[in-house]
Design a protein around this ligand. Sequence first.
Ligand SMILES: Nc1ncnc2c1ncn2[C@@H]1O[C@H](COP(=O)(O)OP(=O)(O)OP(=O)(O)O)[C@@H](O)[C@H]1O
Ligand SMILES: [Mg+2]
Length: 284
Amino acid sequence: MMDQAESLRRLVSQGKKIKKSRVITVTGGKGGIGKTCISVNLSLSLKKLGYNVTIIDADLGFSNVEIELGVTSKYTLLDVLYNNKTITEVINEGPLGIKYISSGGDFNLIKEGVDLSLFLNNIKILDYYSDFIIVDTGAGLNEVVHNFLKAADEVLIIVTPEPTSIMDAYTLIKYSLMGENKKINVLINKAKSFEDYKKVYNRFEKVVQNYLGVFLIDLGYLEEDEKMMECIIEQNPIILKYGNSKTARRIMHIASQIANQPPPKENNGLWGIFSRLINRGGFK
Ligand SMILES: Nc1ncnc2c1ncn2[C@@H]1O[C@H](COP(=O)(O)OP(=O)(O)OP(=O)(O)O)[C@@H](O)[C@H]1O
Ligand SMILES: [Mg+2]
């Protein structure tokens, strides 16, 4: 991978067009609804299906993904931006060969004088290596999450049957995902039953369509399952520990549904997202 990185770096710096990854930003507005759990297990499932997967933790401060995967990272994407690290130096190995990167902070506050084209070239290399990049966002609709969602092409919104979760997801679409041609997938988590899922999904879809005119993609549901909880406590994701359980099989099914969908119309990979983020911050 390291040797390849060098020749890729050369291609990229010559302005050659290279493959873009499909970036899926996992969000939901509310805390504790399963964003991290689902990001990690979906990443592992996509890997099992044969794709190269990178998971990025865009949560600030407390890194959820690290805890669940049991990996720790020495450097973050901010070190690529400010401290001359290359992308290969900030990539960590996770289970099954998935890659893990910590984002490290807010990219809308980029200091002047840094080499943004060098940074973006490093991001292109990451795009080249990954078929899918799964981005786990933190709780709440803070500026960092809001900006990231505005720049995203495709999102996965997690909703649970609690009324506050439905309201938060609605608010999130209204303030961060409107007006652009984004692909918005929805997954109902912690449903009590199929009927419970249908009820929650239909209610959510109706308000989103009626009041916001936004089209959603239904990715189905995951039931409330104590094995999902155990996974966090033992740092052993359900896909690895109980790969044959009903919930794990359902996650695998969701992963193949995602993989079989066409990518968003405008798919510029992680490079596209960071280019937009940086431009919004007012830098060229
Ligand atoms: N389907 C499920 N059934 C039962 N428990 C679940 C399910 N999905 C997630 N959980 C549990 O819910 C808790 C919160 O999950 P997780 O940390 O993934 O949420 P989060 O949205 O990432 O939270 P935060 O907003 O704090 O980042 C965890 O204890 C997890 O094990
Ligand atoms: Mg989390």
